[in-house]
Design a protein around this ligand. Structure first.
Ligand SMILES: [Zn+2]
Length: 206
């Protein structure tokens, strides 16, 4: 199962141009004493969480269902902004519905073409799932976004260097690696290196 939640990637996901999917390779676990990510400061005191690393495990050829916002209670989402709230019954019967929509999403016109089902489709993995590490480093006094490929796939990644970063970004649905980094940094804070699992696949026609 592949879940997607980043709005910037939504157009590529809906047009099925998105063929690369990444997910955080960590899971918060209070009882686990193992890998530790950056401590976070909460209410002035440092909170240390323990994290469990999720190892990549999907094999080449596996078929995965692709979702948008899988855990949401809603089934339908707006194509323009990825939100579900336009479809709430309460809002739809509210007299101020039009005003709320205008404020929330200027492109929404309340037609069937405006929304999509959270179950997007299926992809067949064309590579074994692998892991990357994303971080920012200084290179010749300039900040540089770095993607490090971990594990056995690194030979393949080396073979398509230096375009790997760009290919990854485009496959994910970004214009380029700068846009990719900006967005992922916003979502996950890459001031400390973070690991992600990567799935690459092709869409299956249903
Ligand atoms: Zn919308």
């Amino acid at each position: 199962m592949i879940n997607n939640q980043i709005k910037k990637e939504l157009p590529a996901l809906l047009s099925k141009k998105k063929t690369v999917f990444i997910s955080p390779a960590w899971k918060k676990n209070s009882s686990y004493i193992g890998d530790e990510l950056a401590p976070s400061v909460k209410n002035g005191s440092i909170v240390r969480y323990k994290y469990l690393t999720i190892q990549p495990s999907a094999k080449k050829g596996e078929i995965e269902e692709v979702f948008w916002n899988k855990d949401s209670e809603y089934k339908l989402f707006c194509k323009h902004c990825g939100n579900a709230k336009h479809f709430r019954k309460k809002l739809q019967t509210d007299k101020t519905f039009g005003d709320i929509l205008k404020r929330e999403c200027p492109n929404y016109k309340a037609t069937p073409e405006d929304y999509f089902n959270k179950n997007i489709g299926k992809v067949k993995l064309t590579r074994k799932e692998f892991q990357i590490q994303l971080f920012e480093e200084y290179h010749q006094n300039k900040k540089r976004f770095t993607v490090e490929v971990l594990g056995t796939i690194s030979q393949w990644a080396r073979s398509i260097r230096p375009s790997f970063k760009e290919k990854l970004a485009k496959g994910l649905g970004y214009k380029n690696s700068e846009e990719f980094f900006k967005e992922i940094n916003k979502q996950f804070d890459l001031s400390k290196p973070k690991k992600f699992n990567v799935k690459i696949g092709e869409w299956i026609k249903c």
